[in-house]
Design a protein. Sequence first.
Length: 277
Amino acid sequence: MTLTPLANGFCFGEGPRWFEGLVWFSDMLGEAVHTVTLSGEVSTLALAGHSPSGLGFRPDGTLLIVSTERRQVLGYDGETVTTVADLAGVVPANLGDMVMDRHGCAYVGSQARENGVIVRIDPDREVENRATVVADGLDFPNGMAITPDGATLIVAESTGRRLTAFTIASDGSLSERRVFADHLDGPPDGICLDDTGGVWAAMTLAHQFERIVEGGTITDRIDVGERIAIACTLGGPESRTLFLLSSTDAYPERLVGTMLSRLDAVMVDVPAAGHRP
């Protein structure tokens, strides 16, 4: 597979999403969220004082942004940035990735190396009651994805080197925890889901993006040489463009002040989950 460079010159890209014809992603150390067109044009939303990570969109188009170190979730309506939820009193560690369900509820990971949690944020509740811990005992919960039918949430456990699945109940709670894939080639970071149930996972220390099906079989590998695979998302005109974020180190604190993160694109065979021709 041939990688096409789209954008570079940012510090540590995370949490990519495809929305309204653009790739959106966080620059965790650059205190910003960027958008990139398919021709590589970059726009930036500055978030001074925040370390953004996971991104997601509500049904009304509002962008939610995880503020990692402040342990908050922010909302951006196209004009103003507000605090949607403050999780500092709820979670055991800094926040990481986030995934949205079709109702606008957000699932956010708190990245403790052991006993990490996933918190659900319900937008229709009062601010002080929006956050509920829905899963615990996780080994550094990282990238997450929800199946198009809204029935299953898959989370990457980085220090556990596994993908774990949960059943999502009608009230948004998680149950029936089970292993989707175990004994992975490296710590998985960001993930995305394709239309036949395959999970594309950024395998940080393995220097690869891998497509993994339930049970652990790897069907495809994309090698990024000496670079570190960080996160990925599917999108593009036919939903078959895999957008890849990579860096030169897996540990963000070593990259402060650098501009070495990169966004590439590659065509794959299976479109994004939920794709309709």
